[in-house]
Ligand binder design. Sequence first.
Ligand code: 6R9
Length: 646
Amino acid sequence: MSEAKIYDVPREWAEEAYVDNARYQAMYEASISDPEAFWGEHGKRIGWFEPYTRVKNTRFEPDVSIRWYEDGTTNVAWNCVDRHVAEHGDRTAIIWEGDDPSESRHISYRELASEVQRFANVLKGEGVKKGDRVTIYLPMIPEAAFAMLACARIGAVHSIVFGGFSPDSLAGRITDCGSTVVITADEGLRGGKRVPLKANVDAALAKVGGVSSVVVVKRTGAPVAMATGRDHFYADLAANVSDECPCEEMAAEDPLFILYTSGSTGKPKGVLHTTAGYLVYAAMTHQYVFDYRAGDIYWCTADVGWVTGHSYIVYGPLCNGATTLMFEGVPNYPSVSRFWEVIDKHQVTIFYTAPTAIRALMGAGEEAVKKTSRASLRLLGSVGEPINPEAWEWYHRVVGDHRCPIVDTWWQTETGGILISPLPGATRLKPGSATRPFFGVRPEIVDAEGNVLEGACEGNLVIADSWPGQMRTVYGDHQRFFDTYFSAYKGKYFTGDGCRRDEDGYYWITGRVDDVINVSGHRMGTAEVESALVAHELVSEAAVVGYPHDLKGQGIYAYVTLMAGSSGDETLRKELVGWVRREIGPIASPDLIQFAPGLPKTRSGKIMRRILRKIAEDDFGSLGDISTLADPTVVEDLIANRQNKP
Ligand code: 6R9
């Protein structure tokens, strides 16, 4: 393997950042040799109602139980809002930048406090109590943050569903966690297009019961159907409540939120995060990874519907008293310069986005970037999927003018916060590598039998011990939590990612090793797309795999076997794409559909995905042994009819 280019830590970064390399080494070693002492100390970064005396109480075998700071009590909203009001109430907490460049808004910590308390009182008025689940299906408007913090304030557990999910997906998530209240908007607005959020909620609630109240924030003012007794406009409810609402005293391990994510099998899992450990970890990583300090204008371009939005738009930054930018729009509206124009407009200093956006904007050419200043930027970040070295170099050279370190942050919905990433004052960078573990994180690389590999090696990535931000359970199914993450390698958390470690101890994530694919940074279970396809009356069988896609990272390749007597043509292809969009959401649309008379199966009837993956990757030379197939001739047909163009 050719050695990658190395970027040294700029001298001023080594001198001025929170940690330089020597300090990283010392803190890392301390965190591993005595986690109790390390996290006992760092737990003090948040405020407590009752201080903790126990720090870590975790085990991954013979069963799994994860508890941090378990006898302490606190409140997340108090930490993210109230505690800053006294010290710097006039500081901007949220800069909201609308889809339309003429719309933006600054919300101070003082205003945030009043908005959150008012929203909390509205929820109380709708009957929400501590422990109740509230589904949030909102666009990227400030009310999304108000609603999250309002739930946290009164001890309700939010479950945010990304606005791009279909009514069916929304319905499934509402039922799974048993929400009684849904918060939505009349419509969302992205790239000048309207998203019918309220209509989607109505369609979802036509399928599932149990929801007694729908709170509707007006975003576009479009007329929407309002069910009498069930639906209320937020503004009407808010007009009748005060903006003072006390914080519920929460135990450290009380649930904070549920977020659904895709796995290799079955329905999406409700990942459950709890209160104190999550907050400590999100805030601490936000400070150290981004070298955040007072005065920074910090912008993470994610949507609050994903974990990145939870931890690094809302909870981490606000806990640190930061100014966090929340963007309603998309990177290419009204023009492909939008990101860079927003950076200049609000003087953004730290910018955190996804490789898929970088690749798309790279395709739009340098001029669109170079016509903006970006002089305010000092640090860049990447998240969501592996970043290819070409995109990394472009990000560094064109966006950052060679000046800004890039933190390539590897983590997952399950991990709550960043686990592997450079620290900008400490870590020499290699484009494409997430580099080294954060404090307290013990990555290991194992082979298929679970042997721990040493030195430079490649295998599956596991984490050997708990960290405070780790998910605590799959909502309603603790056994599934254990089976999914702790059964493959005894006593270790299995990430589902493949990984290489080089001779400098740097980690290079190679992508998922399970049946999860990563499309434009969005996680998709191939099984979910398959079950959507087979729900169509003409489809008898479907197998879905990922294939390399220039912009999306991975594209969705679907092999579809039709019912006897049906034949596949362009019209049916289009219909199936539309069908999956409606069943799951636009992010799950297959890029390529191949009609296949038969799928490669073993004699016991198991689909050999390895072969389907190779064909989708155009890699016919290495199909491996196909002699064990029930009918080896299907492979010839699959190769002959491989799809190239959507
Ligand atoms: C935060 C988030 C998690 C999966 C993860 C991995 C991939 C995320 C990455 C990365 C390489 C990075 N992933 N960050 N791969 N380098 N910096 O994205 O959470 O949506 O749960 O996805 O994304 O495969 O397992 P989530």
